[in-house]
Design a protein around this ligand. Structure first.
Ligand code: SF4
Length: 316
């Protein structure tokens, strides 16, 4: 279908949204499943089409805090490092992307230092080396690949295991939402598949309010339900089922500008035009990023064999 809006304007329907080609290999992580469950189209933009998610202050803040806590626990001897060392490492690993201004970034950094200081003193007396820190896993579940990164696994004094995940949101979510959440059950599944262990506790550690939310692990039935939910998501993805599902988080969606639901004005042509313009803007940004990278590679004297690899033809 071609849309002719004016003699000069020909708009091709954006294949990135409309195509129903099945996805060959489904890879699931907690973030991917949760993205699909919120809005399959948003999942598709990010995980199938590979479109970039806008950097935000909250993502950068979260990654910086995770990196600092990884440094705190990932060591060879059981003595805790100093608070000064931890804060110095925070400065080193701090991510600056996504902040509205320098002032905004400074205020987040100040808050990060306060939160880490509070965390440090609350946990200093009980400091022990974890059995795993930022542990990556990738499991072949027959119908799909399940992957992820577990923030921390502790072996408690009674010899049982506890899975921990750090959260950097300001407010604690409602308990009903936490009970439905798949993240810790997925990590429990990973512990079973990778190490053959069943933890005795699953904990979300909310860093800003300095509160732990701990639950018992899923029993066998609970874990089967988690596996069914994952298998169902994988099946929908492999069928190419990506309906747009407007929800309360749409205003913060990175793909609002190319979403048919959010660009709809009652005039089909205008909607296509808006999405087309938004995709072109993304292409310009991407080309600028490629040019910068190539300049950097030239400065470093890094060359790729054959110019064609730098500028492959479409579809290559
Ligand atoms: S704007 Fe809303 S409906 Fe559109 S892709 Fe994003 S989450 Fe889905």
């Amino acid at each position: 279908m071609l849309l002719y809006l004016s003699p000069q304007t020909v708009v091709f329907p954006a294949p990135v949204v409309e195509s129903k080609e099945p996805v060959v290999q489904v890879r699931l992580s907690y973030s991917a499943v949760s993205s699909y469950e919120k809005c399959p189209l948003s999942y598709r933009f990010q995980y199938v089409d590979g479109l970039e998610v806008e950097p935000t202050s909250y993502l950068s803040f979260g990654r910086s805090m995770h990196a600092a806590l990884e440094w705190l626990y990932d060591r060879d001897t059981p003595e805790p490092p100093s608070l000064e060392g931890l804060l110095a490492y925070l400065d080193k690993c701090w991510e600056s992307e996504g902040y509205a201004s320098l002032e905004d970034e400074r205020s987040f950094l100040k808050n990060a230092r306060e939160v880490l200081t509070q965390y440090y003193y609350s946990n200093l007396d009980a400091f022990r080396l974890p059995v795993a820190v930022e542990e990556r896993f990738e499991i072949d579940m027959d119908d799909y690949i399940l992957s992820g990164v577990i923030d921390r696994v502790d072996c408690n004094v009674d010899g049982t295991y506890e899975i921990l995940d750090y959260k950097t949101s300001r407010r604690l979510p409602e308990l009903s939402r936490l009970r439905e959440d798949l993240q810790l059950p997925i990590y429990q599944l990973a512990c079973r598949e990778v190490w053959g262990i069943t933890p005795s506790k699953l904990t979300f550690y909310y860093l800003i309010p300095n509160r732990r939310y701990t639950t018992r692990p899923c029993d066998a039935d609970g874990l089967s339900r988690v596996e069914e939910r994952l298998a169902h998501t994988a099946q929908c993805i492999s069928k190419g089922d990506f309906p747009a599902t407007p929800n309360r988080l749409c205003p913060w969606c990175s793909f609002e500008d190319i979403c048919p639901e959010r660009t709809a004005t009652g005039h089909l042509g205008e909607s296509y035009l808006a999405r087309h313009r938004a995709l072109l803007r993304r292409r310009v940004k991407l080309e600028e990023a490629i040019a910068l990278l190539e300049e950097e590679m030239d400065r470093e004297g890094i060359t790729i064999a054959g110019e064609d690899e730098r500028h492959p033809s479409p579809g290559a």
